[in-house]
Design a protein around this ligand. Structure first.
Ligand SMILES: Nc1ncnc2c1ncn2[C@@H]1O[C@H](COP(=O)(O)OP(=O)(O)OP(=O)(O)O)[C@@H](O)[C@H]1O
Ligand SMILES: [Mg+2]
Length: 492
């Protein structure tokens, strides 16, 4: 017999179990029963399949609310419909706030039972589909583009550590791809079908961190007008991604350390201890060893998180990935944003592979988007590159087109800066443009190119002293600083 799903009915009154079973079976559901909260939890923990639960609020022993919270820990996706008796409506409302799907009142009405069951089952199916979809998308969409030796090594390490349950600490400069590496780790781990919950430690105010991570009960503090699950519970059986951990206050670090050690906690304003099973992946752009020396990061937390360290190298150290990444981003933008495709000439690619990319892959991605919009289908040639980018490119080795995988430019002796020329094969040396470039460069761009090169040279001459340079060129310090940042001559 095919069924519409499997329902677990939990009630100590056999009469209620009997009538619910009758109604539900008539509707095509398969029904299993438990007469107490403990028995229901044992059934589910023992691997008994159920798509939906009817749960009485008043139960001897572990009551309905306690059973609900246990079940939500084990099977957060399972819809639970509370059965409320006379005088327990308020409790039913509390149950809804703690994650119950719905409630029905005793005496049971046939229509209400059927309606609640079919709504619950629809929800269960949607959740299951969603999970399956997320799983399949997860595998398809997380790709770490790059074939440079550094990238191949990183991918190899991810493949090794992903199936283990080891905790991982990912370090790398801004925009190098730490988050995408964490997503790939999760997507290729045994926890892939469970949630990946990301927490940006830098973005949560210190006084809210506990409630964010551990959840809170209604009324736990001013503004807590409803109970809320914390990130740790949401990540149960899955992965918790603690991003920007280098930016947490020492007080928050102490709290996190305790919970990471115990994997047990209480909701803010609650008394019950909740245990979770989470794998932690942490990421930071800070040098944590230096932060420890400076007294800004706890050494014990560092060692707790750094079971398996991974470093995502800056883009300038894997320049051979740049053409591949550009190709990838062009594809993405054409497909998703409807941008017009534009080709990058070999000379443009070769030059871009020498730009230092202080914002790493994120900067490259934004750059590609900007170029596609500006070019609107035209080819991106060397002389069409923005002046502030050109100002920091070097002349590639003679005859070099885009570097091939394996070639690294980071350790090469710096080549002279680029001088714009209309003919791509004729890129001349020299700090300042000797002649005015012809072609599509307009006056504004030429001025900017000149200004960038001029300020860069003068800044060097003044030993990097912005105030002295400001005085010399007759600009106030802050506008000069803005310009230097804008041209990428100084980092933020
Ligand atoms: N190897 C890669 N292949 C494809 N896309 C990448 C790669 N690395 C980074 N990206 C893309 O670049 C952007 C920045 O990556 P991500 O957010 O993972 O960096 P991050 O290191 O976490 O940055 P931040 O330090 O600023 O948090 C994202 O849009 C990401 O999809
Ligand atoms: Mg990030």
């Amino acid at each position: 017999m095919t069924t519409h799903g499997r329902v677990l009915v939990v009630d100590d009154e056999s009469g209620i179990r009997f009538s619910l079973k009758g109604i539900l079976e008539d509707e095509g559901f398969e029904v299993i029963e438990a007469e107490s909260g403990e028995a229901a939890v044992a059934l589910l923990e023992g691997g008994e399949a159920a798509d939906l639960l009817f749960l009485d609020i008043w139960l001897p022993g572990m009551d309905g609310l306690a059973t609900l919270s246990r079940i939500r820990q084990e099977r957060p996706e399972l819809p639970v419909i509370m059965i409320s008796g006379h005088g327990t409506i308020e409790t039913a409302v509390t149950a809804l706030k703690s994650g119950a799907f719905d409630f029905i009142e005793k005496p049971l009405s046939l229509e209400k039972v059927i309606l609640a069951a079919s709504k619950g089952m629809e929800f269960a199916l949607l959740k299951q589909e969603n999970l399956a979809l997320r799983h399949s998308l997860g595998d398809q969409t997380v790709t770490l583009t790059g074939e440079s030796p550094a990238m191949l090594e990183l991918k190899e390490m991810i493949a090794q550590v992903a199936p283990t349950d080891a905790w991982v600490l990912i370090t790398g400069e801004n925009g190098t791809g730490k988050e995408i590496a964490a997503r790939l780790l999760h997507a290729t781990s045994r926890r892939a079908s469970q949630p990946l919950v990301a927490v940006n430690c830098a973005a949560i105010p210190e006084e809210l961190i506990e409630s964010e991570l551990f959840g809170h009960e209604k009324g736990a503090f001013t503004g807590a007008d409803k109970a809320q699950l914390g990130k740790f519970e949401l990540a149960h059986k899955g992965t918790l991604f603690l991003d920007e951990i280098g930016d947490m206050s020492l007080k928050t670090q102490a709290k996190i350390l305790r919970i990471l050690q115990e994997q047990r906690f209480e909701h803010v304003g609650g008394r019950k201890t909740i245990s979770v099973d989470v794998r932690v992946i942490a990421a930071t752009n800070k040098d944590l060893a230096a932060e420890i020396k400076a007294g800004n990061f706890r050494e014990d937390l560092y060692y707790r998180l750094k079971v398996f360290p991974l470093t995502v190298p800056p883009l300038r150290q894997r320049a051979s990935d740049i053409p591949l990444l550009i190709e990838d981003f062009v594809e993405q933008l054409v497909r998703r944003s409807g941008c017009r495709r534009a080709a990058f000439s070999p000379q443009a690619l070769a030059l871009l592979s020498t730009y230092p990319w202080p914002g790493n892959v994120r900067e490259l991605k934004n750059f590609v988007e900007r170029m596609l919009i500006i070019m609107n289908g035209r080819e991106v040639t060397a002389d069409r590159l923005p002046p502030e980018i050109l100002a920091q490119c070097r002349v590639p080795a003679p005859g070099a087109a885009a570097p091939t995988a394996g070639q690294q430019t980071s350790n090469a002796a710096p080549a002279p800066p680029v001088c714009l020329a209309d003919d791509e094969d004729d890129l001349a040396d020299g700090l300042l443009p000797e002649s005015f470039p012809a072609g599509p460069l307009d006056l504004k761009q030429a001025r900017a190119a000149f200004e960038a090169r001029f300020l860069e040279a003068k800044l060097k001459e003044f030993g990097g002293n912005v105030s002295k340079l400001a005085e010399a060129v007759g600009l106030d310090r802050s506008s000069l600083y803005r310009k230097l940042k804008g041209y990428g001559i100084m980092a933020d």
